[in-house]
Design a protein around this ligand. Sequence first.
Ligand code: NAD
Ligand code: ZN
Length: 243
Amino acid sequence: MISKIKRIDRVVILTGAGISAESGIQTFRASDGLWENHRIEDVATPSAWERDPRLVWEFYQGRRRQLLEVDPNPAHDALVELEQHLDEFLLVTQNVDDLHSRAGSRELIHMHGELRKLRCEECGDVIVAMGEEDLKEEYVACTNCRNERLRPHIVWFHEMPLRMRDIDIAVADCDIFIAIGTSGHVYPAAGLLSVASSCGAHCIGINLDPPQNVGLFDEFHQGKAGEILPGLVSQWIATEDDE
Ligand code: NAD
Ligand code: ZN
């Protein structure tokens, strides 16, 4: 187990739905493969959007309204504190909620997209940030072309995650890789741990249950992220004088 993280250590964090669970957002395997009572194939695939855009739109509007009722938890805050301690840091999240940015994380990649954004497939993938006035039943139209129905800026199953090249480079180059609240089932995110491990990074896992790739971690902490992470971060970044 490492006891300290130095300012010059390059750290990459990967978070999944588990880090937002204590804020009140359901993970998706927690409910037997259902996400907020929906089958993933019905709401989170490109073919679902083609077949039944109304259902998909309503599902994501529900997820967006939920963001108004939840707040970042101590695990999100601890990652902000860790980032402030380091020269080179990257937080890669599979989450589509906005809790990391609301907590104050800066170097952040949303590899699976963001609930609060839409994009126009007609005019070159223009990305539009949503305001509270957009949280209604109707679709949001593009202001740039005649498209009446912007799509959620979400990476659906069968689509390519965003900024994989930047992520791969950072993971291959890091000294410490920390995965938090992710089941290790969804690829390519799940493969980042083996990349980090084979490139010689010290790999740390924090999860409620041992994830399927638990054997690849150099250290694994079982429990709730909001309870475990703040203590670990204070220990990792404590200066000699504090001890
Ligand atoms: P997952 O739902 O497959 O797994 C979550 C993991 O977190 C589980 O292993 C579980 O044991 C663990 N966990 C639950 N509560 C925890 C806690 N308090 N502390 C630590 N660990 C905890 O999630 P995934 O691996 O992120 O994959 C799900 C996919 O679905 C993602 O790609 C994501 O885009 C999407 N999703 C996003 C959200 C969100 O944005 N908050 C929520 C649900 C699903
Ligand atoms: Zn457009």
